[in-house]
Design a protein around this ligand. Structure first.
Ligand code: NDP
Length: 255
């Protein structure tokens, strides 16, 4: 592996068992970071860790359901116990359950709020002291917190009300946290992907999934690696530069 700007850095990526999180973990490892891979599916985490080992990097699986309120501290602690520090947090795990208010259930709304908002807050709260410490002690002299939002954090559409709520909220949370932590040299950024070809739509019911697929059938979706590139760009900048926000749409995407 060539010398790189993330050599010696440790990254924690939530939702690293598939899609954008898996691609980001692989990409950050290529840049030299050691990566803690967080998600529930242990077999998939082992596959991602294996792929990172094959490309000459190091990653450890941290199996956890981060919607369990106890798990956030544990996840961060397990990563610290194994890897010793935390330079980069990528809050990526998320779920999108599209449906109208009339036809959805409050349980589906709760699942989105629980993962996209509450779990993200808990992991962030647990990680911030260690990010501050990494910024103060690392050769990079900076640490990074990247939140994965969505075009749905900017554009509201029918059937997406609570997904919109979680992602619009994430935009405000990110900007406030950015201002709080910039004096500590912890950069806080938000990435807003457009349509990406991942497993995200697999959690939808048949009718909604088909409608969602029809809606995007005319465009070539982004690849998870495209968003991994955006995140890698953000976290490999020198300390003097902060890319606060990156909106990455599929080329043909109108919304
Ligand atoms: P995926 O469904 O492929 O990835 C979601 C990840 O979240 C998986 O690794 C999953 O792992 C993890 N996850 C889900 N529930 C939990 C949980 N309770 N505890 C821990 N991990 C969990 O979808 P994407 O890669 O597309 O999604 C990643 C992010 O990107 C999300 O925040 C999504 O909102 C955002 N996004 C996606 C877009 C797209 O078009 N795909 C567009 C814009 C934003 P596991 O099931 O193993 O726990």
């Amino acid at each position: 592996m060539p010398d790189s700007t993330l050599d010696g850095a440790v990254a924690l990526v939530t939702g690293a068992s598939s899609g954008i999180g898996a691609a980001t973990a692989r990409r950050l490892a290529l840049e030299g970071a050691t990566v803690a891979l967080v998600a529930r599916r242990r077999d998939r985490l082992d596959q991602v860790a294996g792929a990172i080992a094959d490309q000459g990097g190091t990653a450890i699986p941290v199996e956890a359901d981060i919607t369990d309120p106890q798990s956030a501290d544990e996840v961060v602690q397990r990563a610290l116990d194994r890897l010793g520090r935390l330079d980069i947090l990528v809050n990526n795990a998320g779920i999108m359950l599209l449906n109208s208010a009339l036809h959805t259930t409050v349980e589906e709304w709760d699942r989105m709020v629980s993962l996209n908002v509450a779990a993200l807050l808990h992991i962030t709260h647990a990680a911030v002291p260690y990010l501050i410490d990494a910024a103060a002690t690392s050769p990079r002299q900076v640490a990074d917190l990247v939140n994965v939002s969505s075009t749905a954090g900017r554009v509201a559409r029918p059937g997406s009300s609570v997904y919109n709520l979680t992602k619009f909220g994430l935009q405000g949370f990110t900007e406030s946290l950015r201002q709080e932590l910039l004096g500590e040299h912890v950069r806080v950024s938000v990435v807003e992907p457009g349509t990406v070809d991942t497993e995200l739509v697999n959690h939808l019911g048949d009718a909604t999934r088909d409608a969602t697929r029809r809606q995007v059938s005319g465009i070539e979706a982004l690849r998870a690696s495209d968003i991994a590139d955006a995140i890698a760009y953000i976290v490999t900048r020198e300390r003097r530069m902060a890319v606060n926000e990156m909106l990455v749409r599929a080329g043909d995407q109108t919304w």
